[in-house]
Design a protein around this ligand. Sequence first.
Ligand code: CTP
Ligand code: MG
Length: 378
Amino acid sequence: MNIAVIIPAGGSGERLGANIPKALVQLGGRTLIEHAVAQMAPIATHVVVAAPAGFEDQFRSLLGTEVTVVTGGITRTESVKAALKTLSKEISFVLVHDAARPLASTDLARRIIKELEAGADAVIPGLKVADTIKRVNIDGFVTKTPNRTKLRAIQTPQGFTYETLVTAHKSMSDATDDAGLVEELDIPVKVILGEERALKITTPDDFQRAYRFLLGEDVMDFRVGIGTDAHAFSSDPSRALHLAGLEWPGEVGVDGHSDGDVAAHAICDALLSAAQSGDLGSHFGTSRPEYAGASGSQLLQEVRAIVDAAGFVITNVSVQIVGNRPKIGPRRQEAIDALSHALGGAPVSVSATTTDGLGFTGEGKGLSAIATALITCK
Ligand code: CTP
Ligand code: MG
């Protein structure tokens, strides 16, 4: 069965207001015409695109040699006529599809063809309308309110037997769609269920909706969280310093309910906040004596389990340690490895800064850390 797809793309896209023809505007890294051709090519033996005059070569280099490019006309109907002329009589069915509907699916095209194969002469997709539609006169007065349940918003691709479309285009009328010409011949036009994703790009706002369909299931649900922690250096010289999942021999430790690992604690709070799952205090506070002296790594593991149970995976965490000592640089990789290990291998970055002698960290009274976490819904 020979199936041709005609894609009128000869418009200038006045309402979109780009300084190039609408079909050449990009949606997610691909032009609208490339999207439309990619969706229709799997069901087509011939694809004919009507390009705006002067842009034919640009269309050819974008679409490759498999696609026939003709010069479009002044109106959409003229553009379709120009494309139709290139088709031979061996074609059984012709689908006419607007470049302005880049995301109409291959599946929709297949459903149209199925109806043509079952014997219909003309098949078009349509959606029920949500708004009440009224007919008005030139003075702005309502002349009629058609019953909404009987109305459909019509999309493309529209499918026809070759004979039907050729006969319809012998008419001198100019319709906004090809089915309009077929209706004038009193040939029945069947409406099947269209698709939301076959939306037409007319104004810049339409891109927002189109993106949603384009990205589809690939859209990831990201959550970001923030956490900070601070501890004072201990007056007990025998207390060891635990920081970023490591022990730091020769450094003064900090006071605290747990091991006082400010970097690990800030990361824990960032993760819990991203997962909307409370904070360190609400999970492991003083009411849970079993966590007294818990290591930073142990808390990170516990928090990872909470984040996991809440339905998220850790995308990355980033922590900055604020203080004069210890110097983080020489053990940065060790710290990253320790924190990442506690988080099941999640990407971690560790940075450090001093505060130019200012504040409790600058005065050498203690250490603080600030962390962000990015998590993704599973
Ligand atoms: N079209 C065409 N030839 C024309 C006019 C329109 O092939 N002379 C095509 C458009 O490129 C588009 C489809 O018909 O793929 C539907 O038209 P529309 O959405 O109105 O696009 P434009 O005419 O380009 O936009 P505007 O009306 O805002 O200028
Ligand atoms: Mg137009």
